[in-house]
Design a binder for this molecule. Structure first.
Ligand SMILES: NC(=O)c1ccc[n+]([C@@H]2O[C@H](COP(=O)([O-])OP(=O)(O)OC[C@H]3O[C@@H](n4cnc5c(N)ncnc54)[C@H](O)[C@@H]3O)[C@@H](O)[C@H]2O)c1
Length: 261
């Protein structure tokens, strides 16, 4: 087991990629802490992990609420004794025509996709520093590394806040790696390509989803969307000691996207 008895917090761990990561970590012996704003899907995820023989805890957490977040991490330390792994996965996207993107749109996306990554890292860093051990994994996106035509009726600029936040997460990863490296904390980042999840499906019409799968598959040199476990396996590498001499890095898990290659 590659994460035996490690305490691993996965934000947004009750759906899509986060759920796959929490499930994979539990299979490797971790106590998977599902920290998600949605209490129903959180409870369901915990039940599913436990039904497979894994260990999991569920907490309803809004990662954009810095004060409550600190209380959550402090309570978790009190109950579990330590936090070894943090996956900053919770994220949201809003697609709107470039000229219709408002200030509240920017704020909503940046608050969750960028600022919350910082809040969570800041809350766990003292604990990890005390332990002289920790792994922080941030989830960026292909849109943090390149641009891509929007599929549907909107312009490419429709993703401006999301792409800006996801790009900033890559740089934030390097800054945090530098800051926390001397304390034995590795900070790395994953940039997923296209994976079918509630996020990618519910932000589009069924026709757009179909078109999205076709175009994104065509863009990847592997000619298909990613499987959730493929992203989870990359997260497992960064969470485990197999990557002990890797920090500040971003790994693109995207089937080889042509907009980057
Ligand atoms: N699916 C993809 O193709 C893809 C591609 C690139 C990057 N990503 C990134 O991967 C991450 C996960 O995406 P997904 O597709 O699994 O999304 P998803 O919508 O399936 O899951 C997101 C989870 O985050 C939770 N969440 C939302 N706001 C929250 C908050 N304030 N506090 C705590 N939890 C909150 C939701 O309840 C949900 O369970 C996101 O950061 C996303 O930007 C996804």
């Amino acid at each position: 087991m590659r994460l035996k008895d490690k305490v691993a917090v996965v934000t947004g761990g009750a759906s899509g990629l986060g759920k796959a990561i929490a499930t994979r970590f539990a299979q490797e012996g971790a106590i998977a802490v599902v920290a998600d704003i949605n209490p129903e899907t959180t409870a369901r995820t915990v039940m599913e992990i436990e039904a497979q023989g894994g260990r999991a805890r569920g907490h309803q957490v809004d990662v954009t609420d810095a004060l409550r977040l600190q209380q959550f991490f402090d309570a978790l330390i009190a109950s579990e004794g330590r936090i070894d792994i943090l996956v900053n996965n919770a994220g949201v996207t809003k697609y709107k025509a470039f000229d219709a993107i408002s200030d509240p749109d920017w704020d909503a996306v940046l608050r969750l996709d960028l600022k919350a990554v910082f809040y969570c890292a800041q809350a766990v860093a003292p604990h990890m520093t005390r332990q002289q051990y920790g792994k922080i994994i941030n989830i960026s996106s292909s849109l943090g590394t390149g641009t891509t035509p929007h599929i549907g009726t909107l312009s490419a600029g429709a993703a401006a806040p999301y792409a800006s936040a996801k790009s900033a997460v890559i740089q934030l990863t390097k800054i945090l790696a530098r800051e926390l490296g001397p304390s034995g904390v590795n900070v790395n980042c994953l940039a997923p390509g296209f994976f079918l999840t509630p996020l990618t499906a519910t932000t589009r019409t069924p026709e757009e989803v179909e078109e999205h799968v076709r175009v994104r598959s065509e863009m990847a040199v592997l000619k298909r969307p990613g499987k959730l476990e493929e992203l989870a396996n990359a997260a497992l590498f960064f969470a485990s000691d197999e990557s002990s001499f890797v920090t500040g890095q971003t790994l693109c898990v995207d089937g080889g996207r042509s907009d980057r290659m």
